[in-house]
Design a protein around this ligand. Structure first.
Ligand SMILES: [Zn+2]
Ligand SMILES: [Zn+2]
Length: 327
């Protein structure tokens, strides 16, 4: 009997058949875990004060989700579902696209609640408090326009950095709520755009190598907006798709200045691509189960400085770090 030899593509298809493709965010813990991680990173960070502020915001995000009744959750999810044709999913489009979905007005209430919560933080500079009050007092149309800027929609105005941070926090609450209305089997990575979130179409903030079964040792990209994670093969650029020898890993030198050892042992590394000259960080949960993509990306800014000096560009920005346009 002749044996047929499998082509490389077929081997990959067989190997990936059983890989769980999607990990949905756990809306009951996501933001509280992020807050805890931000606080622990703040103690050793040059931007510790900022991370503390973000931790307070993440706690407030969790409180907003926790306060919703099951009926309110279902109503918000149904409102989003009603806008999206099932044809979109079968055509390989994101299920709740960030760039077109009409937002429920409640997102502005959440934004203002987050601002007020933030303004109550002890030790906040008076200037920051005033900026928060400015955002609370802004009219609905301006806030909507800022949301469109944050979501990179057409015809949006320039980004206001202070508003953008708070708007992003409110929108994350909305999209995490929408994500929690799905089952993992409802989604699959986008065949034509495997680097974009299959739920909302946003770019990932970082990638994560999971440690627990059934996900252990597989790599996932983690969405900056809805926190959905989707499978992406290892040693392949998550920006341009180049695999193999153009890919390398960098980490900060350890205390003895040994970069080689540090790269092997580091729980957070940068995956660089010499084809498109970009990088994205990769987190190894087996080395530290407390790692959180948004928080640990901010906790390793020294690595960004190092790669910037070497001519690599970030593949995408952290959702909690904004500059006003033109800065
Ligand atoms: Zn997403
Ligand atoms: Zn690349």
């Amino acid at each position: 009997m002749a044996q047929r030899i499998l082509e490389p593509g077929e081997i990959e298809t067989l190997a990936s058949r059983d890989v769980p493709r999607i990990i949905l965010p756990d809306a009951t813990h996501l933001f509280s875990a992020r807050a805890a991680r931000l606080r622990s990173l703040a103690a050793h960070s040059a931007i510790g004060g900022y991370l503390q502020l973000l931790a307070a915001l993440a706690d407030a995000q969790q409180a907003l989700l926790d306060e919703l009744t099951p009926h309110q959750r279902e109503a918000l999810q149904a409102q989003a579902r009603g806008q999206q044709s099932s044809a979109a999913a079968s055509a390989g489009m994101p299920l709740r696209p960030a760039n077109t979905l009409r937002l429920d007005d409640r997102w502005r209430d959440w934004l203002r609640t987050l601002c007020r919560h933030c303004a109550d933080e002890a030790g906040l500079p008076a200037e920051t408090r005033q900026e928060l009050q400015r955002v609370v007092a802004a009219d609905d149309a301006w806030l909507d326009a800022q949301a469109h800027a944050v979501l990179e929609r057409d015809d949006a105005p320039s980004v206001d950095a202070v508003a953008a941070l708070l708007v992003m926090n409110a929108l994350q609450v909305y999209w995490v709520l929408l994500a929690s209305g799905f089952r993992p089997t409802d989604l699959k990575p986008l065949a034509d755009a495997p680097g974009l979130c299959p739920l909302c179409g946003s770019l990932p903030v970082a990638s994560v190598v999971q440690a627990r079964p059934p996900y252990a040792s597989y790599r996932y990209l983690s969405c900056s907006l809805c926190a959905c994670q989707w499978h992406y093969v290892r040693v392949q650029c998550s920006q341009c798709g180049t695999p193999g020898r153009d890919i390398a890993y960098r980490a900060l030198a350890d205390a003895d200045g040994d970069t080689g050892e540090a790269v092997r042992e580091s729980a957070v590394r940068a995956e660089t691509c010499d084809h498109c000259h970009s990088y994205r960080k990769i987190l190894y949960l087996e080395k530290d189960p407390a790692l959180e993509p948004v928080a640990d990306d901010l906790g390793t800014l020294a690595l960004d400085l190092l790669l910037g000096e070497e001519g690599y560009a970030r593949a995408s920005q952290n959702p909690l770090l904004w500059q006003s346009d033109g800065d």
